[in-house]
Write a protein that binds this ligand. Structure first.
Ligand code: SAM
Length: 228
């Protein structure tokens, strides 16, 4: 999969060179490139923002650098998927991550200030599949951290990125529930014991206990998931 990210702080994406995503890049499973939006500015100050039409606080990202960036980054004759990071977008979920993991080319557009001129989103629709996506009901200073979270969630679902693909099956949100609690050695630690059933070696009983724990945890932490 090819992934591009456009930002005025491309250095944020250096973290993608670490750990499993770094390895996936070394192995050419993922090709990642971060671009500095200011590359596509033409004035002395490399301006990317201006005051909002209609008034109000803050600045809005100008459309011209974005349009020029897309013209250069979007391959001719192909239709990549562009993800505009925005708290006003559709929620990012495991289901959406799995869907995006099947694409061949993702482009992440990272806003700053009050966001990007909305015509950029409309315009991109002529050249790409367009999604406006939020990582949660809160507001960050910029789209970089949101894009990194999405890239990690998407890429770990691409075959070959995670060593043991089986570990993806029982995870939270895969079946609509949260995962059961996990324990490792020692069996006794600071007066706290690992649940007896996990030491029994009785696989059917362990599975039953895990299913119950999964339901109890979902009910306690995310009752909205049970309602769904
Ligand atoms: N004025 C915008 C609003 O109220 O919807 C918020 C702008 S925010 C300060 C600046 C940028 O951070 C956004 O353009 C977006 O790229 C990013 N951002 C902030 N919160 C986000 C979230 N929850 N999910 C995805 N991106 C987010």
């Amino acid at each position: 999969m090819k992934i591009d990210a456009i930002s005025i702080f491309p250095e944020f994406f250096d973290v993608l060179g670490l750990s499993l995503l770094g390895k996936a890049q070394d192995q050419k499973i993922i090709g990642f490139e971060a671009h500095d939006l200011r590359k596509w500015t033409s004035d002395k100050h490399r301006t990317v923002d201006d005051s909002p039409y209609g008034g109000g606080a803050g600045m809005v990202m100008k459309p011209e650098p974005w349009g020029d960036a897309f013209d250069e980054i979007f391959p001719k004759g192909q239709r990549p998927t562009i993800i505009f990071t925005t708290p006003a977008g559709i929620p990012f979920t495991q289901k959406l991550a799995a869907d995006l993991a099947t694409r061949s080319h993702l482009v992440f557009a990272c806003g700053r200030y009050e966001g990007i001129d909305q015509r950029v989103v409309e315009h991109a629709g002529a050249q790409a599949e367009v999604l406006e996506v939020s990582i949660g009901d809160y507001v960050l200073n910029g789209g970089e951290v949101a894009a990194i979270a999405m890239i990690e969630a998407i890429c770990r679902l691409i075959p070959g990125v995670i060593g043991n693909a089986e570990s993806l099956i029982e995870e939270s949100h895969n079946s609509g529930l949260l995962e059961y609690p996990s324990y490792t050695k020692p069996a006794s630690w600071r007066g706290l014991e690992v649940p007896e059933i996990l030491l029994s070696g009785h696989h059917a009983e362990i599975e039953k206990w895990r299913n119950e724990q999964s339901l109890l945890r979902t009910k306690a932490n995310r009752p909205d998931l049970l309602a769904e």
